[in-house]
Design a protein around this ligand. Sequence first.
Ligand SMILES: Nc1ncnc2c1ncn2[C@@H]1O[C@H](COP(=O)(O)OP(=O)(O)O)[C@@H](O)[C@H]1O
Ligand SMILES: C[C@@](O)(CCOP(=O)(O)O)CC(=O)O
Ligand SMILES: [Mg+2]
Length: 334
Amino acid sequence: MRVLASAPAKIILFGEHSVVYGKPAIAAAINLRTYVWAEFNESGAIKIEAKDIRVPGLTVSFSEDEIYFESDYGKAAEVLSYVRQAIELVREEADKNGKGITVSITSQIPVGAGLGSSAAVAVATIGAVSRLLGLELTNEEIGKLGHRVELLVQGASSGIDPTVSAIGGFIHYEKGKFEHLPFMELPIVVGYTGSSGSTKELVAMVRRTREEMPEIIEPILLSMGKIVERAREILLSDLDEKVRFERLGRLMNINHGLLDALGVSTKKLSELVYAARTAGALGAKITGAGGGGCMYALAPEKQSEVATAITIAGGTPMITEISREGLRIEEVIP
Ligand SMILES: Nc1ncnc2c1ncn2[C@@H]1O[C@H](COP(=O)(O)OP(=O)(O)O)[C@@H](O)[C@H]1O
Ligand SMILES: C[C@@](O)(CCOP(=O)(O)O)CC(=O)O
Ligand SMILES: [Mg+2]
């Protein structure tokens, strides 16, 4: 039997980092996906084929007639830890530790770019392997297991990414609980800096700063939570669309400034943010953990101008759509 599952990337519209400290956040699934095939193998071992992830620490030596490969096994194994933990968790749930499983991954989501590639790979792996082992889990339950995977690998995780990747759409999230917001098309442009940041390291950095100067950092996190509350009210209001977008844009700009204050922006991210605003975006901010990765801009009727400005500033624009669907079982071959 072979099973193919897929799970989407996300953007965090408001509230990354503060969500780790129990504040609310708003996120949406987007139409970039990670695909995972799962099947049994005869060896009894877990085998992971990650087809488009770079393995750090690889050395290749050439002599006259031979090629030697050396790899830093620690680093290589670490890169695959989300997938490994996802498989282990499902095997524990299914109580079927004996059978070998081969998992094969292809992904459209840039890695370490703030678009939730870690959550998508965990959710798609749990989806494929749980179906292979005959477990009947809801997407919501799979989102919770995805959260456990992120906690095991990163040490800290709010759970918003695996939740939105599993259930899809547009959500308000707070302390493990989510509410679907009414589905709406948002005129956004994502700008990718081309560099990456590690969520594990950035979350740890914010934690250290908060421990060092709580009286300064706590009010910033509180303020981010207040931004989310206002954004939710605006999204649920019957205000005219133009007014809604203007207000959301202002909140995005404040949220970006606060993320910068936490130290998670980079020169390139801020350049893309300012380029987008100059080209007519109503608001622009980092999405995800930062330290590289992506920003997004809200740009009604200005999406192509903003995309051009992001390109001129050295970034890669992506005009994405919100994905209603979360985890999907694409194929089951008996
Ligand atoms: N296609 C993939 N195959 C295997 N692992 C992946 C894949 N995509 C992402 N990952 C895992 O997720 C990590 C990146 O997660 P993270 O630092 O949270 O950034 P983000 O979730 O923003 O992309 C990678 O280092 C890798 O361990
Ligand atoms: C920084 C954070 O709020 C979001 C991280 O998203 P990403 O892994 O950078 O896509 C962490 C979390 O919510 O667990
Ligand atoms: Mg992540």
